[in-house]
Design a protein around this ligand. Structure first.
Ligand SMILES: Nc1ncnc2c1ncn2[C@@H]1O[C@H](COP(=O)(O)OP(=O)(O)O)[C@@H](O)[C@H]1O
Ligand SMILES: [Mg+2]
Length: 323
């Protein structure tokens, strides 16, 4: 089963205090992108820009003080273009989560039940997501092998695992149902380089086999290794989107240039200053407040498309626009 996930004009706000009297946090603003079979979209941006909230909103996993707008349509998945934002909780639970859209949550370790062995937890996940599986134990072992989780770890309890090992359990659980759409939120946090490569290569393999994959990461080297497409988020907005090769080698938005500027081995270049306060967002991208020397914001948060690339709040480079 192949599926496409089309995110349109997605916005998420959190009300703070009773009825939002203590303020509104705007975590995601007007974000649009599509996850396609066979493609791996890397979503990058500094901490706190809204990446995890975006992924959680797609899964319907936000707390009650969240207000979500826009649409998230799942196509070609036997659900007739279901809008996940409108779908009842029961459908999300029975038909979507794990089966059609998988999530590796950020800090996957905290999602494990502390009192049960991880192998047992994976076995339950496999049984729930693959009811026809004749040998679920063998599937658990295969998943462990796929993510580089030594089999003896399956007998351990979550607190006996290192952060990186627990992270791999989270990846294995998300892969159990072979979901056609996979959202991986910082799946390589806490892993050393060989395991980072192994984990992202596994995601790239899934994409190559027709899955649609979103990789949220702080690890620029990992993103460059496997992404076919890239989206850059700043202060709740996707400000640049396009084929990975283009975005990584010739970024259009000054923020993207800053982030990728030092071509670091891993992580991003530190950009002086701070992103804007998400309780008082400016009308545009906000980067001009941080680096007025680098950016004159054209406050239009909608992405301006040019061919297969897009940029918000900044002009398409002249040499490209006239070409
Ligand atoms: N439940 C919540 N209530 C209020 N604010 C929240 C909540 N969850 C996340 N936020 C805020 O939303 C913003 C985006 O967070 P997040 O998506 O976790 O960032 P990232 O994953 O890019 O580091 C942050 O300012 C965070 O504090
Ligand atoms: Mg996050």
């Amino acid at each position: 089963m192949n599926a496409e996930l089309q995110v349109d004009d997605l916005s998420v706000r959190f009300r703070l205090g009773a009825r939002g009297r203590a303020g509104i946090v705007t975590a995601v603003t007007g974000s649009s992108f599509t996850l396609r079979p066979g493609r791996l979209l890397a979503l990058v941006g500094e901490s706190g820009c809204g990446k995890s909230v975006l992924a959680a909103s797609i899964m319907g996993l936000l707390p009650a003080n969240a207000e979500v707008a826009g649409s998230v349509r799942l196509r070609n998945a036997g659900l007739d273009g279901l809008d996940l934002l409108d779908a009842p909780e029961r459908r999300l639970r029975d038909e979507v989560r794990g089966r059609r859209v998988g999530l590796v949550p950020q800090s996957a370790a905290t999602h494990l039940t502390p009192v049960r062995r991880v192998g047992v937890q994976l076995l339950e996940t496999v049984r729930a997501l693959r009811p026809g599986d004749a040998d679920p134990l063998a599937t658990v072992q295969r998943l462990a092998d796929d993510v580089g989780l030594p089999r003896e770890m399956l007998d351990r309890h979550p607190h006996e695992l290192s952060g990186g090992t627990a992270q791999r359990v989270g990846v294995a659980a998300a892969l159990a149902g072979e979901p056609p759409v996979l959202l991986a939120d910082e799946p390589t946090a806490g892993l050393d380089r060989p395991l980072v490569d192994r984990t992202v290569d596994l995601l790239a393999d899934m994409a190559a086999r027709g899955h649609a994959v979103l990789l949220i990461t702080h690890d620029l080297r990992a993103a460059r290794r496997v992404a076919t497409d890239a989206a850059v988020m700043y202060a709740s907005r996707i400000i640049e989107l396009g084929p990975a090769q283009d975005v990584f080698t010739d970024p259009w938005h000054p923020y993207t240039r800053g982030l990728f500027g030092a071509l670091p081995d891993r992580g991003f270049a530190a950009i002086p200053g701070h992103p804007p306060d998400l309780t008082a967002l400016p009308p545009g991208c906000g980067f001009e407040r941080r680096r007025p020397d680098l950016h004159t914001c054209v406050p239009d948060p909608r992405l301006q498309w040019h061919g297969d690339r897009a940029v918000a709040c900044a002009p398409v480079p002249e040499e490209v626009a006239v070409a």
